[in-house]
Design a protein around this ligand. Sequence first.
Ligand code: PMP
Length: 366
Amino acid sequence: PQGRVYNFSAGPSAMPLEVLEEVQREMVNYKGCGMSVMEMSHRSKEFMAIAAEAEKNLRDIFGVPSDYKVLMMQGGATLQFSSIPLNMLGSKTKADYLVTGQWGEKAHKECNKYGTGQLACNTKGTKFTTIPQKSEWKLDPEAAYVHYCANETVNGVEFSYTPDVDTVPLVADMSSNFCSKPIEVSKHAFIYAGIQKNLGPAGMSVGFLRPDFADGSKELKICPTYCSFKTTGDNGSMYNTPACFTMYVMGEYLKYTKKLGGLAYWAEQSDKKSGLLYGAIDGSNGFYNCPVEKTARSRMNVPFTINGGDEALEKKFLDEAKKHKLYTLAGHRSVGGCRASLYNGLPLEGAVLVPVLIVAGISLVL
Ligand code: PMP
């Protein structure tokens, strides 16, 4: 519709128009029940059906093993990585963290409140532009778990594979590449993701939890009931009032995903969109530059600088982009430069326009 722009925001971020329009259609009188989803009890027949269908679609789309719990929890990924040591340390005192960006760094810090978060790797020295080989990781076989961030949103660093950590339980923050490609759920003890990038509005997160962590046996005594994986799992994600409306919108996004062909569809789109952008950046003879090593580049978040970090030119680029309806292309406040986030809700034609602008930018200046 008129007035909508191409929104490259890193999250909350663009949603598929079809999903927004369906939500709009159902907004004031959900399926003839006389009220909006926002207004109904979470214990109502209508809402219980919404929650059950969302869980079923998560299981189908992501191929979640039947003995895993699907957790739908209030709050974002920060609450999740804060809850992980409280639910997963058990009688152990140490956990390993593969730190490849700012989110992994924050998760690691949280563990030190309850135990010892060990740095199995830390690429801060490269300004978070690499993923070291496994031979360089310092993995402790006694660690309670190994945590990694599958896609670092600020730095644009993505694992293209599931890390192999032998028998130590593997934990993944998939907030910013969730629902962008098929994932190997059974290789993980816990996967979590805030949904405001690729699967809905802000307000909740999704978790896939292996049964040996769902029985409370590794939960610390001080774990708030609100943060307990066992309590959430035992109560079908409704121990307390869930983020009802957010969950409903996620459900619509999941239905839409199914209709399009599931995760394979989003994977193809992400490859196309990011391929176009990296192609233009790499073809600019260094005028535009993405600092991330090629094998670690993210399909979701593409950070880049212009003319070696020329702030005046970057501002010009952002202004020019806005004139062409390309919004929110500024880099994270901590790293500067530009960043294009290419989530599911960003249409392919939007991703095509940035390379066009990049090429136009080169000819304008050179
Ligand atoms: N992990 C990653 C990879 C993220 O991108 C974000 C949010 N940008 C977070 C964690 C924190 O999520 P929230 O703000 O929802 O707590």
